[in-house]
Design a protein around this ligand. Structure first.
Ligand SMILES: Nc1ncnc2c1ncn2[C@@H]1O[C@H](COP(=O)(O)OP(=O)(O)OP(=O)(O)O)[C@@H](O)[C@H]1O
Ligand SMILES: [Mg+2]
Length: 259
């Protein structure tokens, strides 16, 4: 495995008696979209949680650009350039969409608390840069029309768009998206798909959990298939599509037909 990657290596994760991951490995490369697919309960979100410090693997390692980051806390992982979304959005529903994007940007501010209290010029410049960055992301994600709406008034598709916008705004080198398209409408899906591809084209490494195989085919360079906590396939979406086991057993007959 090359140096510039985010890697989960032989990760095992046991919850009481449940083996959620059983020696699973995945590699996320800069400039590529890696799909992570598998049946419900196959361990996809658990692997996300291990990669981002929300869970410490029972055994195995998480490596960022050749450096061992196993067991680092989520905020440390985020600071080292890895952003994520959650399968169930974790957003303050009382804020507006733009405020949510803005909040996602603050962990990156380095001017310090005291400076911001005193309103020192460099703190003001940082604040202005953050406001501009939020507007840029809002525009890029086509959120402008509803950016001042409260999140609890938005459709699930828009809430997911806000989550992805936050991850994009964080300027991360790796972005992990856990089912970002679930419950999202056609138009939002198109914007989202374009943005995911654009992230990779800008050199960001994307890990994408997604059940819709058409989207996987459209976006992914490689795909890793999990089943009961183990990797059963790794290859291109086209190779996955012609793999009878992947198609029939792990995506279901309906998905196989749609693909
Ligand atoms: N905190 C936990 N405590 C106990 N068991 C858990 C925990 N988190 C996950 N599991 C179990 O681990 C297994 C893998 O779950 P995980 O959520 O990673 O699957 P998934 O592939 O993301 O599924 P889905 O497609 O439904 O989102 C499941 O059997 C699940 O019940
Ligand atoms: Mg999941």
């Amino acid at each position: 495995m090359s140096d510039s990657t985010l890697v989960a290596r032989d990760v095992r994760m046991v919850f009481g008696g449940v083996v959620a991951l059983d020696g699973a490995s995945v590699e996320v490369r800069p400039g590529q979209v890696t799909g992570l697919i598998g049946r419900n309960g196959s361990g996809k979100s658990t692997l996300f949680n291990c990669l981002t410090g929300f869970l410490k693997p029972t055994s195995g390692a998480i490596e960022l650009d050749g450096r061992d980051i196993t067991g680092h806390a989520p905020h440390e992982v985020m600071r080292s350039g890895i952003a994520r979304t959650f399968q169930t959005p974790r957003i303050d529903f009382q804020t507006t969409a733009r405020e949510a994007v803005l909040c996602g940007l603050y962990p990156r501010v380095r001017h310090g608390f005291l400076a911001s209290l005193l309103g020192l010029p460099h703190a003001l410049r940082a604040e202005q840069a953050i406001q501009e960055r939020a507007d840029e992301v809002v525009e890029r994600m086509k959120m402008t029309r509803w950016a001042t709406s409260r999140i609890d008034k938005l459709s699930m598709g828009r809430v997911r768009t806000v989550e992805v916008a936050r991850a994009i705004g964080a300027d991360a080198r790796y972005i992990l998206l856990d089912e970002p398209a679930a419950g999202i409408g056609r138009d939002e899906l198109r914007v989202l798909a374009d943005e995911i591809r654009a992230l990779a084209d800008r050199g960001i490494g994307v890990l994408l959990v997604e059940h819709n195989f058409s989207l996987i085919r459209m976006l992914c360079d490689t795909v890793t298939v999990l089943d009961t906590g183990s990797v059963i396939f790794r290859g291109t979406p086209e190779q996955a599509r012609s793999d009878a086991r992947v198609m029939q057993l792990y995506l279901g007959a309906a998905a196989a037909e749609a693909a």
